[in-house]
Design a protein around this ligand. Structure first.
Ligand code: PEP
Length: 252
């Protein structure tokens, strides 16, 4: 049985003080919530404040991005070890905004994912097709390529402990989410491929989140799909009350 995971991606929103206040409110709201794991990924500058405010609570803290090198002349970047030292235990890797706006490829996703694992954290690796790719019936082939190239070299044991997020690009921040059937089809396909490439047991342990305009009113239907193990939530995670409603909707 996979414990559902709801992860909030704050994107470029919230200062350290705003993040700390958010965590204080959320941890109070979560007092009677069980059966679901919760992670927030604030901007890098807010990770430490989030981790301090979340100490002793069930809220895990993640980063939204890292560089794959340990250190060096990479102006503006932060390493996996640095975000870990600040309190992160998860890192979102290969978000579609990173792929489309900052030129990330399956190859850089692979390097970043390996750096996250080497630093003792859990990668949340994002995959998903664009609208053009869906219209050309390429969705499943795109997912296959993102998995084979992005997860190249991953062991079954590493796969079992990591998190994938299926995020159709056309559904992110658009208010247009995949139907439960569309999400279910993609998640089923991903799980089948993971079984084929990494073995049955590892594939059964790996959590696959859905992401793309998840809201309090659509999580319940999405989570009923057998291979949907939770959600990666952008906009609706910024308000603790709407995030709580999504968390409640996914709890088992
Ligand atoms: C995301 O940022 O990963 C995301 C899914 O955003 P939104 O929920 O706003 O579509």
């Amino acid at each position: 049985m996979r414990t559902p995971l709801i992860a909030g991606n704050f994107k470029m929103f919230k200062t350290a003080a705003e993040t700390a206040a958010y965590v204080v409110e959320l941890r109070g709201l979560l007092r009677d919530v069980n059966g679901v794991e919760v992670v927030i990924a604030p901007p890098s500058t807010s990770i430490q404040a989030a981790a301090v405010a979340a100490e002793g609570s069930p809220i895990g803290v993640g980063a939204q991005n890292i560089h794959w090198e340990r250190e060096g002349a990479f102006t503006g970047e932060v390493s996996a070890g640095m975000v870990r030292a600040a309190g992160a235990r998860f890192v979102i890797v290969g978000h579609s905004e990173r792929r489309t706006l900052f030129g990330e490829t399956n190859d850089t996703v692979n390097k970043k994912m390996n750096a996250v694992i080497a630093a003792g954290m859990t990668p949340i690796v994002c995959i998903g097709e664009t609208l053009e790719q869906r219209d050309r019936n390429e969705t499943l082939a795109v997912l296959d390529r993102q998995i084979t190239e992005g997860l190249d070299g991953v062991t079954g044991e590493q796969l079992a402990a990591m998190v994938l997020a299926y995020e159709p690009v056309w559904a992110i921040g658009t208010g247009r989410n995949a139907t439960p059937a569309q999400a279910g089809e993609a998640h089923f396909h991903i799980r089948q491929r993971l079984k084929q490439w990494f073995g049955l047991e590892s594939a059964e342990h790996c959590r696959i989140l859905y992401g793309g305009s998840v809201k309090p009113d659509n999580i319940a239907k999405l989570i009923t799909q057998p291979d949907v193990d939770g959600a990666l939530v952008g906009g609706a995670s910024l308000d603790p009350k709407s995030f709580l409603a999504i968390i409640r909707g996914a709890a088992i």
